[in-house]
Design a protein around this ligand. Structure first.
Ligand code: J9Q
Length: 239
């Protein structure tokens, strides 16, 4: 059973996400337990203040260190070898999340995800309480909540037993390190467009070969960075 704690100033954003779809099923089946904590509950002042103006001036607000460090320590214990959880800050300063990193995270029995806000977190809180910073990509968001959900979905589907069919954990995009090629379902003809004949042939070897070729083709056209260096040249050429 994987345990995930989330620390956020917008706990309501996680409500449907945690109870619907794959993550909801995984929780009901006991593969994962996810708890969301409102950072404001850890603020001790009358107004439950969690942010303040940046020292040195400038726009926006910075997350105050006291509530954040106290929340993390209450949930995960103080930073160090005794700590029960891996504590991750979602922030643009983090290393980019990929499938390999998800695989490394799912080995931890307990993750604590801290949702930062764009202007940032007081660096002392990062240094005192955070084990690792992770980004989900180079674009500007308002907070770490959506990145935390992306990380949760990616990691929960790697928990053994969560996916009925273990092939779907590794066989799809990035599990194999390539993009998946095109997929089709019924009807066989739609607005004059046919499903490729080979997929209806019943020849499983031919289907596997065709899919492998299309996967390479999609990857070379759209994400050549995913291919080994030797395979990246050659533009539009086939096979
Ligand atoms: C907290 N832009 O963006 C991409 N990965 C994480 C983020 C992010 C952000 C703002 C605040 C996280």
């Amino acid at each position: 059973m994987l345990r995930i704690d989330v620390i956020t100033i917008f706990p309501g954003l996680f409500e449907p996400f945690l109870h619907e779809s794959m993550v909801g099923i995984a929780q009901r089946e006991g593969h994962v337990r996810i708890e969301v904590h409102d950072l404001r509950h850890f603020a001790r002042d009358r107004h439950h203040t969690v942010d303040d103006a940046p020292y040195g001036g400038g726009p926006g607000m910075v997350m105050k260190p006291e509530p954040l460090v106290e929340a993390v320590e209450a949930i995960a214990g103080p930073k160090g070898p005794e700590r029960s959880a891996r504590v991750i800050l979602l922030s643009p300063q983090g290393r980019r999340l990929d499938q390999e990193r998800l695989g490394a995270l799912v080995v931890h029995p307990h993750l604590a995800l801290v949702c930062g806000r764009y202007e940032g977190v007081d660096q002392r809180a990062v240094d005192l309480a955070i084990d690792e910073e992770i980004s989900i990509g180079d674009y500007v968001l308002s907070g770490g909540e959506v990145p935390a959900m992306a990380l949760i979905e990616g990691v929960v589907r790697l928990v053994p037993g969560v996916l009925g069919n273990p092939e779907s954990a590794s066989g799809d995009s990035f599990g194999a390190g390539l993009l998946e090629g095109p997929q089709y379902t019924r009807p066989a003809q739609f607005r004059g467009l046919d499903v490729p004949e080979v997929l209806r042939s019943g020849d499983h070897q031919a289907v596997a070969r065709w899919r492998a070729e299309r996967a390479r083709e999609f990857t070379r056209e759209r994400r050549p960075d995913l291919l080994p260096d030797s395979d990246q040249l050659g533009g539009e050429s086939e096979s």
